[in-house]
Ligand binder design. Sequence first.
Ligand code: AMP
Length: 197
Amino acid sequence: MFNLILFGPPGSGKGTQSERLVEKYGGVHLSTGNLLRAEIAQKTPLGLEAKSFIDKGQLVPDEVVIGMVDSYFDLHKDARGFLFDGFPRTVAQAKALDRLLELKKTAISSVLALEVNEEELVKRLLNRGKTSGRSDDTDESVIRKRFSVYTDETSPVAEHYRKARKFHPIEGVGSVDAIFDRLCEAIEKQLKKESGH
Ligand code: AMP
């Protein structure tokens, strides 16, 4: 079982690259942002609670997100592996994920971290906001808030995986194809290592 985390700030290309990666390597794409937006679209109680945080650029509380991931695992018991996109976003989430995977007798193989500078990210997000219909991508102050939340709450997650020697930075600027190639190269290296070659 091969479990991968695609890590990086808002707008770094996690969603775009995740879709291409699961197409190539299989596994289940688990984007907590997509799951939350689906809950909002269905107007579930969880969705209504989440919306108030998302619209302000804040994180949805850990227990809500972790519960949602746990239920998603139950729905995908036979998955060969997961590609986590936008999760974990706090150290508490990373620790909870370690525990949930341990129960499934598996673990994270690798964390691939897309690195993109902030000016480029703001440009990408405002551009995406024109077509994505995402309210959190249209207001520059909400975008800036998401970056400060990323710095304060999410970037410590990198250290969690650095300590476990699973953290791999990847240059996230360039064409979608060029970045995809870099990610694939890192994955192939990991697969070789895991198969003992
Ligand atoms: P994303 O689509 O990953 O950019 O997520 C959009 C928004 O959903 C974020 O700004 C958060 O408000 C919320 N969200 C997504 N994933 C998480 C998570 N793992 N923990 C907390 N909030 C999340």
